[in-house]
Design a protein around this ligand. Sequence first.
Ligand code: FAD
Length: 365
Amino acid sequence: MKKISIIGAGASGMAAAIYLKSKREDLDITIFEADERVGRKILKTGSGKCNISNNLIRAEGFNNSDFINKLLKKVSIVEVYQFIEEELGIMLKSDFEGRLYPFSESSKSVVDSFKRRLDELNIKIIYNSFIETYNENYISIFACGSKAQSKFDGYQLVKNLGHTIKELKPGLVPIAIKEKIPHLRGIRVKCSAKIIVGNDILHEDSGEILFKDDALSGILAMDLSRFYCENCFVSLDLVKEKSLNELYAYFNKHKNKGRSVEEILLGMFPKMLVMEILKRGEDVVKTCKNLIFNAVGLNGYNQAQITVGGVNINEINECCKSLINENVYIVGEMLDIDGKCGGYNLSFAFLSAIAAGKDIINKLN
Ligand SMILES: Cc1cc2nc3c(=O)[nH]c(=O)nc-3n(C[C@H](O)[C@H](O)[C@H](O)COP(=O)(O)OP(=O)(O)OC[C@H]3O[C@@H](n4cnc5c(N)ncnc54)[C@H](O)[C@@H]3O)c2cc1C
């Protein structure tokens, strides 16, 4: 019998344990979890609905896409869907943008499914067990997550092994702005947005912005946050469906019917957003196509969905095995891999866990 220790009972640690034990009943697997429960972060995902994966996963949706391409040759994304449906027993459903959710739309039901399968397979979990040192008698999988909305991490643990950590910063996080906009708090707009420094467009995308008192949030702002740098600003195109000229024509048509600019805007946006546009005191049509907010930073780890940075991926192979110690695997968010919103990060937790599991099974056979 071979002993395997898994450090961390989040999505990646639990998936690795379940994958291994379902393939090799004789393995003696113990999960060490610092917290008093498993899957605390999963409960927060997708606003309680758990956007567990995505039908349209692309390597380009991650920072280190070359590594993801190599990983996807070891584990296909279809294996992830099969693992979720067949191993965890979770029925999946997709939204119109390809995001996958549990049919229940409940992150609690996902954690419950993990717990049920861990029990069925008799996988031991030692709670309240913060691991600081590495036990050389075991094959170890480090699955300690990150600093984002987490009480515990394992960066020191991997540093002790000789691994290096790429600079850590909050990721998928609201962008703090200079403008104070409490009157816009809670308003959501579907738009396109650019993050710009000087004349350079760092990134452009479309989606939903959620205004906070002094920050831009929502999936679109979170995705842009990866490109934040000093002195950058965010430009929102609130009417991406129309070109500037088409929008001038639209305003002119309505002005000719006797409508004021304010009335035209009220036919397009919530009142408080109309007030903001008018307050800018410029050509309102141009403002609709280019509403600027000056970025002054990123909100902290307590509001971040992930951590950018982590264990240097040049120090692991494509199965997430450490190149420093061949009995160690590092999976999930601990690694310097971050994906965009839409189920990418949980997908990576599963992909990396299965890749490590497959490699361990091959090694033991
Ligand atoms: C609010 C929020 C919403 C999110 N929504 C989504 C979403 O909808 N879709 C998506 O794909 N991703 C989402 N994410 C990101 C996703 O949840 C994470 O990327 C994923 O859960 C990471 O899994 P993991 O197993 O690597 O780490 P974690 O889930 O963080 O698990 C790590 C575990 O290790 C334990 N641990 C840490 N250090 C130690 C130690 N030294 N000893 C013992 N135990 C330790 C921790 O207590 C924790 O239980 C969201 C994140 C947040 C915070």
